[in-house]
Write a protein that binds this ligand. Structure first.
Ligand code: COA
Length: 311
């Protein structure tokens, strides 16, 4: 079996019910709906309840993925969670999801990774490689964030951007060559504090914007080259949701209609590592037939993640 053939057998998501609108920010900050909408495309974001953390969001997204396919949870032997908002240094969220799923008596490897908004794509590459090694047969990969727990609500340039949520996918090996996966994940160390969480999000928005609009088309080109494919071969593009203007700029740069990109930033804002798997699940609940997707993320670190896979 070729080690790069990976099938997404199910996806799921969980987004908290509570919503914060742009007008809610205008009540305590010098901002307004018009500024936030035109500069970012964000109208609303979902906010975890007081008794909910990224751990609960991750677990609920995993349960949803399992339920959506009536998946046999006992098959899972690897759990990887991409997150930067675990309320605890240890245990990892992945470790706690194992316990909540009742898998403590099973042989499962669990760990979290920190690659900020590129985290889910990084986690997909890690899980795919581990499945490719032949040692794992069923990987639960989750992106889960309670971004609202690390925001400075006095900083109007950052706090209006982020929301909470989680998305999950289960991966298995297959011998179908159509399911070859390709990655172009990388990083450029940010040792000057352009986008840090220490302990709250601090960001130079313009510099991040420049980085994103520069790296996204380059990473898309690179992953296409690695896969020996062109944009014509791609059915859908799943971009990280940070700012609608960033997505529009990438579309323009690549001569692509904006309709080729999945977008839900108006409803959720930037949910960091959860944004790509939430979009993925929204798409999968409406489109059951397998499609070739290109995922493209960027984020703090700096990091970027590009993937081509069947979804
Ligand atoms: N409401 C009203 N005014 C605001 C504001 C808000 N929420 N936030 C900032 N402003 C003001 C600024 O203070 C500035 O005022 P000034 O001209 O008097 O100094 C003005 O709006 C323009 O600020 P600027 O930072 O240049 O705006 P921008 O067009 O670059 O948009 C971001 C700001 C943050 C929306 C944009 O830079 C961005 O999205 N960057 C990428 C951030 C990102 O994606 N981070 C996560 C990465 S995973």
């Amino acid at each position: 079996m070729n080690k790069n053939y990976i099938k997404l057998v199910t996806t799921g998501r969980y987004v908290p019910e509570k919503v914060m609108t742009n007008d809610d920010f205008a009540a305590f900050l010098d901002t307004n709906d018009e500024w936030i909408t035109t500069r970012t495309g964000i109208k609303r974001r979902h906010v975890a309840a007081d008794d909910e953390s990224a751990i609960d969001l991750a677990y609920k997204a995993a349960l949803n993925a399992i339920d959506n396919a009536k998946y046999d949870v006992n098959k899972i032997d690897l759990i990887v969670v991409a997150t930067i908002t675990n309320p605890m240094k240890s245990p990892s969220i992945a470790n706690l999801v194992q316990a909540k799923l009742g898998l403590n008596e099973h042989h499962v490897m669990t760990f979290d990774i920190n690659a900020a908004c590129s985290g889910f794509v990084y986690a997909l590459e890690i899980a795919s490689s581990m499945i490719g090694s032949g040692n794992y047969k069923s990987a639960l990969v989750i992106g889960a964030e309670e971004m609202t727990s690390i925001l400075d609500y006095k900083d109007r340039g950052t706090c209006i951007l982020f929301g909470d949520g989680a998305g999950a996918a289960i991966l298995e090996p297959t011998d179908d060559p159509n399911y070859q996966v390709h990655f172009y994940n990388g990083s450029r160390g940010d040792d000057t504090g352009i986008l840090w969480i220490d302990p709250l999000v601090k960001m130079d928005g313009r510099e991040v914007y420049k980085f994103a609009t520069d790296i996204m088309p380059k990473a898309i080109d690179q992953v296409l080259k690695k896969a020996n494919l062109t944009l014509e071969d791609i059915d859908l593009i799943i971009p990280h949701q940070a700012n609608i203007r960033i997505i529009q700029s990438v579309a323009k740069d690549m001569n692509l209609p904006i309709e080729r990109f999945l977008v839900n930033i108006d409803e959720y804002g930037n949910t960091s590592s959860a944004s790509i798997p939430i979009l993925l699940d929204e798409f999968k609940q409406k489109n059951k037939a397998p499609k070739r997707a290109l995922m493209i993320g960027f984020g703090g670190g700096f990091t970027w993640g590009a993937a081509i896979l069947m979804v």
